[in-house]
Design a protein around this ligand. Structure first.
Ligand SMILES: Nc1ncnc2c1ncn2[C@@H]1O[C@H](COP(=O)(O)OP(=O)(O)OP(=O)(O)O)[C@@H](O)[C@H]1O
Ligand SMILES: [Mg+2]
Length: 314
């Protein structure tokens, strides 16, 4: 079942039109991403998709909170046990798709459907799409922590998570609804990695190779940071841009190049921030660029490199 914000809930309830097959221009279509009772591969738009976790409905034993409860992330991540097996369960905060098309020209709205916008902006779908592509290309588990699919969890777990882990921030906007009408949580199940590796020059070399391999598949992870790696494997694709991506269609080439280079810049910054003893850089001519223009200058002049979310809300 794919959940929805209460806003999109209302929209879906208003629409009596049954779901239809997507033509290329689909602004007149009913919203499909937010339809409940759907358990196939998602998101239901053109491009890569992630399958459902096969043991949906299995009892979940929440063990520990892995993520920082005070970080302004997209999710909360837990160590859990299901059917005797340990996993990392990334439960996403709720996403409000109301303003997805703000800032688009009318001509752009003609070619980018609301479903596509939602699928390319919601952190949950960003991660589904990136992992979908990694699975298609047989790279899941090799360049990123292995993913076992998406799942949904009843709204009732919120009380348990608040009581046990003191977590309240879910950005939910349907608290005024009775419990059984509230949107379900959306989550992604992954291998649990408890024993991390220090970020040495050797590990960094593999990470750089992997990043280029990931990019070659049309996945641009954007948010390359040490905290988004475990044992040299990426864990976080919630800001990833995966082809086909609407911004790559509607923005000028120079801007698309900037979007695509963001993770290379971020990788190089990570080497500096983490003080890795290496001259290794992901950006092919980063030394030259750095000499030519300081990072501050680039940021002021071109807004580049930007924080991962900025362009998404542009
Ligand atoms: N598979 C995993 N095994 C162990 N720990 C994990 C795993 N996945 C995530 N974590 C921990 O949870 C943290 C948050 O995970 P993740 O980066 O996927 O979520 P996020 O909400 O996108 O975070 P942020 O936006 O803060 O980067 C990670 O920094 C890591 O410490
Ligand atoms: Mg993260």
């Amino acid at each position: 079942m794919v959940p929805k914000t209460s806003a999109s809930n209302k929209r879906v309830q208003k629409s009596k039109t049954p779901p239809q097959k997507a033509p290329r221009v689909i602004r007149q279509q009913p919203r499909r991403l937010s339809k409940p009772v759907y358990r196939g591969p998602i998101p239901r738009v053109e491009g890569p998709k992630l399958d459902e976790f096969p043991y949906r409905g299995a009892a979940i034993d929440f063990r520990t909170l892995l993520s920082d409860p005070y970080a302004e992330g997209e999710s909360h991540v837990f160590e859990v046990q299901m059917l005797g097996q340990s996993y990392a369960l990334k439960i996403f905060k709720f996403y409000d798709d109301e303003d997805d098309d703000v800032g688009l020209w009318p001509s752009q709205k003609e070619i980018v459907s609301l479903d596509m916008l939602h699928a390319h902006r919601d952190p949950f779908y960003n991660e589904c799409r990136a992992y979908g592509r990694l699975k298609e290309t047989n790279l899941d588990g090799k360049v990123a922590v292995r993913c076992h699919g998406y799942t949904t969890l009843p709204a009732t777990i919120e009380a348990e998570l608040e009581e046990r882990f003191d977590i309240v921030g879910w950005d939910r906007d349907d608290y005024d609804e009775p419990m059984k009408k509230r949107a379900v949580f959306r989550a992604i199940v992954k291998d649990l990695v408890m024993d991390d590796l220090p970020l040495t020059a050797r590990v960094a070399k593999k990470m750089k190779r992997d990043l280029w391999l990931i990019r070659k598949q049309g996945i641009y992870p954007v948010d390359i940071k040490a905290r988004n790696y475990k044992r040299g494997l990426l864990v976080d694709f919630s800001t990833a841009m995966t082809e086909p991506h609407y911004l790559f269609e509607i923005k000028p080439d120079w801007q698309v190049r900037m979007y695509k280079n963001e993770d290379l810049f971020a990788f190089d910054s990570m080497m500096e921030d983490e003080k890795v003893k290496t001259s290794l850089r992901a950006m092919p001519n980063s030394d030259y660029l750095r000499k030519l223009r300081s990072r501050d200058y680039l940021q002021k002049r071109y807004g580049w490199p930007r924080s991962p979310q900025v362009h998404l809300s542009a």
